[in-house]
Ligand binder design. Structure first.
Ligand SMILES: Nc1ncnc2c1ncn2[C@@H]1O[C@H](COP(=O)(O)OP(=O)(O)OP(=O)(O)O)[C@@H](O)[C@H]1O
Ligand SMILES: [Mg+2]
Length: 465
């Protein structure tokens, strides 16, 4: 029954409210009890004072007239006024007093009490307990006796029964309100969770068309959870879209060389290619096969890198020698392209990294730089060190990269080279840089040139899984 959060919340709220109501009822009853006892004492004190002073006056009057004091004063004057029972101590002041308690054991030394003293007693008589207030009776300065007015304690203690009905009714109403309120609040709290739950089910089934942000989405933790969930779904949708586009690009890129190869092979099979064109045709087929091979290799690299399944070795790498190797393979290109090639790399440090991967990245950057630098331009390969980080830079004075393109160039298949490039070079280079614990960034001024910087830690840290 209490398996659902909603039921548990409702139970918790209602339980807390019931506990609070019952505690309040107990406090009210006990406060009422003590108030009632105080009231009883005050009432008895007032009445006993009245009796004492009435008797004193009657006593004085009788004394002046030379008669005995009136024995029936209580019966006539006070009977009915109070439900208190009269108890008398000392000389027989009230021989005809009603409800006199004969067996009461009470020590009331009225001769030592002042005229204003009103002592309170609790005593037993005839099997019952009483609460009583005493008052000495004075004739002038001479105490002549005392009177005690008493009330059965059971009457005082049972007074709570008068209010308990009212309290019980209050508790019952409170309980009903508590249950209604608890159910409502529990429903309000759990509703967004249910919405999120069914949205999560939908996403798990592969349906990303969900929206959990409505007009009534609150600003509290549940609202924030819904916002985060929606953010996650939106991101999944983006990834889904990217994946679809990626697959389409891959298919397209694979089909282009395949179509070319198939065309050449068909022409060869049909004997359309004359002996003079045979070499050219076979070279074209060979070229396309190499392109396919490179594309498949790049795709494999990228997939492994993105899945963090790429093995990277850690070895001592002298960057000066490594960069010189990279530079050497481009010197011929610099000469034929008429591009000035600077290589201030002899101060490059030795670091712990994967040399082959660093070479792969640098080759990629140099390949791009030479491709986009016009005749008469300059390409520079440099290396600097600061704060334990080696920064290898490849600068060129080519066409540059616009701010809008700055991130896009690192996306797979982003290429401006038309048929010539796959657009995988920089995305692989960036993933490799990350796998080596470094980063690859670009600064560029359109029309002025670009600088790609590969930052590598001098000691490769293991990437946290
Ligand atoms: N130095 C550069 N100057 C200007 N644009 C550049 C430079 N380097 C890269 N780019 C731009 O970024 C794009 C992506 O480069 P990337 O190396 O990823 O792919 P690619 O060179 O086109 O193909 P691939 O390297 O796979 O053969 C390039 O097509 C080009 O538009
Ligand atoms: Mg490239």
């Amino acid at each position: 029954m209490l398996q659902s959060l909603r039921a548990r919340l409702a139970f918790l709220f209602a339980g807390t409210l019931v506990l609070a109501t019952v505690t309040a009822a107990v406090v009210v009853v006990s406060l009422y009890q003590s108030y009632n006892r105080d009231q009883t004492e005050a009432e008895l004190r007032k009445q006993v004072s009245g009796v004492a002073s009435y008797y004193e006056r009657a006593f004085r009057r009788s004394f002046r007239q030379g008669k005995p004091p009136p024995p029936k004063i209580l019966k006539t004057e006070f009977e009915g006024v109070s439900d208190a029972k009269l108890y008398q101590i000392g000389p027989t002041l009230f021989p005809n007093a009603p409800n006199t308690l004969n067996n009461a054991h009470i020590h009331l030394d009225y001769s030592t009490l002042g005229p204003k003293a009103r002592p309170v007693y609790q005593f037993s008589s005839d099997g019952a307990t009483y609460i009583g207030v005493g008052a000495p009776i004075f004739s002038g300065k001479q105490p002549i006796g005392a009177v005690v007015l008493a009330k059965p304690l059971a009457d005082v203690n049972n007074a709570w029964k008068n209010v308990i009905g009212l309290v019980a009714a209050g508790v019952a109403v409170g309980l009903i309100v508590a249950i209604i309120l608890a159910t409502y609040v529990a429903r309000r709290i759990t509703h967004p969770l249910r919405v999120l739950g069914s949205a999560a089910d939908k996403v798990a089934r592969g349906d990303l068309d969900v929206n959990v942000i409505g007009k009534r989405t609150s600003d509290d933790e549940l609202g924030q959870l819904a916002t985060r969930f929606q953010g996650m779904v939106d991101r999944l949708r983006e990834v889904d879209e990217l994946e679809r586009n990626f697959l389409m690009r891959v298919t397209h890129e694979l089909r282009t060389p395949l179509t070319a190869i198939s065309g050449h092979v068909q022409a060869l099979a049909e004997g359309v290619v004359g002996p003079d064109d045979l070499d050219e045709s076979l070279t074209a087929v060979n070229e396309e096969v190499r392109r396919l091979d490179r594309l498949v290799g790049d795709l494999l690299d990228l997939t492994r890198l993105e899945a963090h399944q790429f093995r990277v070795v850690s070895e001592e790498v002298g960057l000066a020698a490594l960069l010189e190797r990279a530079a050497a393979s481009f010197r011929e290109k610099a000469r034929t392209n008429d591009v000035i090639f600077h290589t201030p790399i002899d101060q490059a440090p030795t670091i712990i990294t994967d040399g082959d991967r660093v070479l792969q990245i640098v080759n990629n950057l140099l390949d791009n730089a030479f491709r986009w630098t016009p005749r008469g331009g300059t390409v520079q390969l440099g290396c600097s060190t600061s704060n334990g980080v080696a920064a290898i830079s490849v600068s060129d004075t080519g066409r540059g990269i616009s701010p809008a393109e700055k991130e896009a160039v690192f996306h797979p298949f982003y290429s401006r080279r038309g048929e010539g490039g796959t657009g995988l070079g920089l995305s692989i280079a960036r993933e490799l840089a990350t796998a080596l614990g470094g980063r690859l960034s670009v600064e560029s001024e359109p029309g002025q040139g670009s600088t790609f910087t590969l930052s590598l830690p001098r000691k490769r840290r293991r990437r946290a899984k």
